[in-house]
Design a protein around this ligand. Structure first.
Ligand code: MG
Length: 371
């Protein structure tokens, strides 16, 4: 039985362009499938999560990170009797708007846009991808996703003010998104905090003693694993600890969201939408430990010197290409030149670069700027 506060697919606000029902897939299942079959989804394979391929081939990419987030999200959604199809679609689409080179790429692109009084926002970019840039259907532009998936793309990680974003007015900006969408930001956190500890340790950039000293949630489980398997290798004990840490965060998110729903007397989807704050949350204790783990990653991994060459590359390549195309718009592909008649040139260039994979943006840089 779905929870009374879950999103019933039969009551979806529907698609922008009405389509006949499918005989054996509901609308959210179709949206999930459309996302998986999108070009922008396939490009996630060649977009950096944290590590580029320079260090190893088996670290997470944006694509494998996305699959991990979808797995975690499905488990939590099922335990809370939410709409699992909607949650899965939202998890699979959550990083589709990310530019090449991970967060360094995002920062560089945003800095370029700020020179022109604008910004780069990956949620807004994701919406533009699914609404306009994907060209798959003869009848309409984009993927023609249901309202709930488009709303979740915009609202899964933060609230947008109606005053600053009149173009988003249809997305009920004065209301909270359904719990299905609220979950995604938190499952993303669970996914990358544990995965980045894993890849960082594997890359030998994170050291076990420091991790044990500074990440309490990890230390607690490492000690257990050590007591239970004293003969096991350090790596296996590490794996045990990390797996239990992930499990604790998942369990806590399920339980604490359930408690929040009860305390808020949220019996219907409308109650969720009109409640003053989001109901999906970790308990205060686990939230504290999550923040500590994240801080550890910032202090010891994301800005560490071994990863600096990639950051500098990202900045040089993206800023270089952006400025080159601002000066030489006639070297853009014809469809982008046409688009520049309808929108500011900086926006068109930003969209073009944001869609690129790491490989492709490097190729462009070599072709146009490294002569
Ligand atoms: Mg993510």
């Amino acid at each position: 039985m779905p929870a009374t506060y879950a999103v019933p697919v039969e009551q979806s606000r529907g698609r922008r362009y009405p389509e006949p029902a499918h005989p054996y897939r509901n609308d959210f299942q179709r949206d999930r499938d459309r996302i998986i079959h999108a070009r922008a989804f396939r490009r996630l394979e060649n977009k950096t999560q944290v590590f580029t391929k320079r260090l190893s081939d088996h670290f997470r990419t944006r694509l494998t990170h996305t699959i991990e987030v979808a797995q975690i999200s499905r488990t939590i959604a099922a335990a809370l009797d939410l709409n699992v199809d909607l949650v899965e679609a939202l998890a699979l689409v959550h990083d589709i708007g990310h530019p090449p080179f991970g967060h360094a790429g995002e920062k560089a692109l945003d800095a370029c846009m700020r020179e022109h009084g604008s910004v780069f926002d990956h949620n807004l970019h994701a919406l533009r991808i699914v609404e306009h840039f994907e060209q798959r259907y003869a009848d309409f532009p984009g993927l023609n996703l249901t309202f709930e998936v488009r709303e979740g793309i915009i609202k899964h990680s933060r609230d947008y003010g109606a005053a600053e974003h009149p173009e988003l007015a249809e997305y009920l900006l004065d209301q909270r998104p359904p719990i299905e969408a609220q979950l995604i930001d938190l499952t993303d956190e669970i996914g990358y905090n544990t995965a980045d500890l894993d890849d960082g340790y594997e890359a030998k950039l994170l050291k076990l003693p420091k991790m044990r000293e500074q990440v309490r949630i990890f230390e607690r489980f490492y000690r257990d694993a050590d007591a239970q398997h004293p003969q096991a290798s350090e790596k296996l004990k590490f794996n045990e600890a990390l797996k239990r840490m992930l499990d604790l965060m998942v369990t806590d998110l399920i339980e604490s969201t359930r408690v929040n729903v009860e305390r808020a007397f949220a019996n219907t989807l409308d109650d969720v939408r009109t409640f003053p704050s989001r109901l999906a949350a970790f308990s205060p204790e686990v939230e504290d430990m999550r923040r500590e783990a994240k801080q550890f990653l910032y202090d010891n991994l994301y800005y560490s010197s071994p990863l600096r060459p990639e950051k500098l590359d990202a900045d040089r390549v993206i800023t270089g290409l952006f400025q080159f195309w601002m000066k030489n718009p006639d070297t853009l592909p014809p469809s982008y030149q046409e688009q520049a008649n309808l929108e500011p040139l900086h926006r068109v260039i930003c969209d073009y670069i944001a869609g690129m994979t790491d490989n492709y943006v490097l190729e462009q840089y070599k072709r146009l700027l490294k002569k």
